[in-house]
Ligand binder design. Structure first.
Ligand SMILES: [Zn+2]
Length: 150
């Protein structure tokens, strides 16, 4: 229950309402999406589940679009690494140009693992690469050993 002071236009106190909160509860609320009246609990914001879902979907759609395209890059990167790995095997020197011409996006990776020697390994999920000097990469599959011996 909140107290509410009501002032006149001159700014002097004219009224004191002790049941402000219950007075607010009787005020009809409208749905945040469709503006229809909302009935039920005092903290209810939507007229039904459909409006609530649509409202939140619209709110998150920009974020979802961004996440979707990043996930697409990550999956594509992993697919390229997997293809090279199946052809050449792990830890083979591959020209970085091979990844670039396949559409590999070097900006996107899920995590990186620093190494005590040399460049870190950048992973796209369970497959990674390590940039070597002179424009080559090693394709590195993630396994327990990668975590144990950095
Ligand atoms: Zn609604």
């Amino acid at each position: 229950m909140n107290d509410c002071f009501i002032y006149n236009q001159a700014g002097s106190f004219v009224w004191f309402v002790t049941r402000y909160h219950s007075a607010m509860r009787t005020t009809p609320k409208t749905c945040l999406l469709c503006s229809k009246p909302v009935h039920g609990r005092a903290d209810k914001k939507f007229c039904n589940d459909s409006c609530r879902n649509l409202y939140h979907n619209q709110l998150n759609s920009e974020t979802n679009d961004c996440m979707r395209s990043i996930n697409r890059y990550l999956r594509n990167n992993r697919r390229i690494l997997q293809g090279i790995l199946q052809q050449k095997g792990p830890f083979q020197k591959i020209p970085q140009q091979v990844l670039q011409t396949s559409g590999f996006q070097f900006l996107y990776y899920t995590h990186q693992q620093p190494r005590s020697k040399g460049a870190p390994v950048f992973y796209c999920y369970d497959l990674g690469y390590r940039l070597l000097k002179s424009g080559y990469v090693h394709i590195v599959p993630l396994n327990e050993r990668n975590y144990l011996f950095q």
